[in-house]
Design a protein around this ligand. Structure first.
Ligand SMILES: O=C(O)CCC(=O)C(=O)O
Ligand SMILES: [Mn+2]
Length: 205
């Protein structure tokens, strides 16, 4: 399956069951995207977090950062994060996508994939802090990478989108209940890539 079906403004709605995904390939112009990559690469406080695999601490295969409104903390892969406060550049990107997403995001998780050895393995963005049907706004700058999706209950259902420089992918509805996603590592030569996934963190009672 590929991104096709109905056009919505300049976005493509992916025709996938149990999902609401729209892809805007050239959401930011190439010039804006070059500048946003440069600024974010330089000014974000990138961290090297670790994960626990069979009792061993290993580096995550990417650098990460977490920015957002004060007072929203978040747990991700066993890591507890307090957000850094928004930079003007992050706010600019956030405001651009909020118009289309019709959602006010209060946090962003950033990933820096230095080369093809960096990736993120199969998962859903279904942490309890994100609520029942999370809206996730994913913006990419830098080298294009494959974004793969697979249905959790039907192994024949798969999809793939190339997340290009300046693209915006919006996931909503029941997507996170039914579909996992990953950015696979690759032996191909790929340029560094920055991905921003904007999220709404709910207060946990
Ligand atoms: O880099 C991407 O496009 C995906 C990142 C992702 O899935 C995540 O941070 O949860
Ligand atoms: Mn994810």
């Amino acid at each position: 399956m590929n991104e096709q079906a109905t056009d919505d403004i300049s976005g493509k709605v992916l025709s996938m069951p149990d999902a609401e995904i729209t892809f805007y390939r050239n959401f930011f112009s190439p010039q804006e995207s070059d500048e946003l990559f440069r600024v974010l690469h330089h000014e974000i406080k990138w961290r090297q977090d670790k994960m626990n695999i069979y009792g061993k601490e290993v580096n995550l295969p990417r650098k990460t950062a977490w920015y957002g409104d004060k007072g929203h903390s978040y747990s991700f892969s066993g890591i507890h994060l307090e957000p850094e406060l928004w930079t003007p550049t992050l706010l600019e990107v956030k405001e651009r996508i909020e118009k289309i997403a019709k959602t006010q995001f209060n946090s962003v998780l950033l990933n820096l994939y230095r080369d093809g050895n960096d990736g993120i393995s199969w998962h859903t963005d279904a942490e309890k802090e994100l609520g029942k049907n999370p809206v996730i706004g994913s913006v990419s700058f830098g080298g294009a990478r494959r974004f793969m999706l697979r249905h959790k209950h039907n192994k024949d259902l798969k999809a793939e989108v190339e997340l290009t420089h300046g693209s915006f992918l919006l996931m909503a509805g029941t997507t996170q209940h039914f579909w996992q996603h990953q950015i696979p590592k690759t032996a191909k030569k790929v340029e560094p890539r920055i991905n921003l996934t904007f999220r709404v963190i709910l207060p946990i009672c």
